[in-house]
Design a binder for this molecule. Structure first.
Ligand SMILES: Cc1cc2nc3c(=O)[nH]c(=O)nc-3n(C[C@H](O)[C@H](O)[C@H](O)COP(=O)(O)O)c2cc1C
Length: 332
């Protein structure tokens, strides 16, 4: 199982939704970085469940516990290991899942891959809960990037088919919830202040690196950079970004390339959008199979679920971008 990422910054995420703890081991962080744990907790809070009507009723405090790599709040060069204890687990909700896979969740593919030994409770290692340690690592990278003058921020641009105001998007989620259904959406993320020259051609470009980690967020089904799919319908004359001098700095008039040319940053903001599918677990009846009896059956998923994972995924996208960009920065 590969739950590792990074070239210079090597992170390894471990745990399952209902294991005693989940966590991350980060190797390659430079020594001498002062971490603000309160700021990290505030970042994690944005992802935590149980805060509003849109998210699962599971309540987790998500307190990061540093096991190693930090002395007096400063990184010491040893691997930084941080865990978050799972406190609000209810495994009985999921017993049926070993035999009856939820449509569009990882239950069936994990069953085949791990021969039925996978931890099904709460989605096991495939749970959205594993984005908590991703946010721990990303929150730390964000702190370091901020010190370098680099900022990363993400926002929701679409929920279901709604692109309008926050209120309309919230209503769309609540309607889906009332119907025992779910909705997906789109998150846009922008990183500013990046130097030109980060990344590599072909297989280690900034697009590759960001995509690789963003697809580690469960529920992600698409990513586009700059003008993305819309750019495919434009003429070169409409889509090309003209260069100009801003004092001594080369800039572009538009940013249809999303700040990346040939896999390498050009100094303009890195811009990408991520498509999330609707939450697979829904209360509506769905057709599935019983893997033991080899019969068709129907399933109504009970238990605790997000009717829309998009609001909680916003810091996850920021975290993923921060890890990819800080790794590229260390690799420059
Ligand atoms: C923050 C977050 C919370 C999630 N919560 C749920 C959930 O409550 N129920 C569910 O079925 N899927 C949830 N998911 C999505 C599933 O974990 C994901 O769809 C599943 O693991 C299959 O992976 P895939 O969609 O990437 O193929 C969540 C994802 C994230 C990022």
């Amino acid at each position: 199982m590969s739950s590792q990422y990074g070239r210079k910054l090597k992170l390894s995420i471990f745990g399952q939704s209902h294991s005693p703890a989940i966590g991350v081991n980060i190797d390659g962080l430079p020594a001498g970085i002062k971490l603000d744990i309160e700021k990290l907790k505030a970042f994690l809070k944005r992802r935590s469940p149980g805060q509003n009507d849109f998210s699962t009723a599971r309540v987790e405090d998500d307190v990061p516990e540093v096991l190693s790599g930090l002395v007096d709040g400063i990184t010491c060069g040893a691997p930084l290991a941080i865990i978050i204890r799972n406190t609000d687990t209810k495994s009985s909700d999921y017993r049926e899942q070993r035999d009856i896979p939820r449509p569009s969740h990882a239950d069936y593919s994990a069953f085949i891959k791990f021969g039925g030994h996978q931890d099904v409770a709460g989605g096991g290692h495939f749970s959205g809960r594993l984005t908590a340690p991703l946010c721990v690592a990303g929150g730390i990278c964000l702190q370091v990037l901020n010190e370098l003058g680099i900022t990363i921020s993400a926002r929701i641009t679409q929920i279901g088919k709604i692109q309008g105001t926050d209120e309309k998007m919230k209503r769309e989620i609540l309607i889906a919830k009332e119907q025992g259904d779910s909705v997906g959406g789109i998150i846009e993320c922008e990183a500013t202040g990046l130097p030109a020259g980060l990344g590599d051609p072909m297989f280690d470009g900034i697009e590759n690196r960001i995509s690789g980690i963003v697809f580690g967020i469960p529920g992600v089904k698409g990513i586009e950079f700059g003008s993305g799919f819309e750019g495919a319908a434009r003429k070169g004359s409409e889509n090309n970004d003209s260069f100009y001098m801003d004092g001594e700095t080369v800039k572009t008039q538009t940013n249809h390339c999303g700040g990346i040319l040939g896999g390498i940053t050009n100094g303009m903001p890195v811009l990408f959008r991520v498509a999330f599918k609707p939450t697979p677990s829904i209360e509506k009846e769905q057709k599935t199979v019983n893997l033991s009896s080899k019969e068709n059956t129907v399933l109504q998923v009970t238990g605790r679920h997000d009717p829309c994972i998009v609001p909680r995924a916003v810091p996850c996208v920021e975290a993923a971008a921060a890890i990819a960009l800080y790794d590229a920065y260390l690799d420059r």
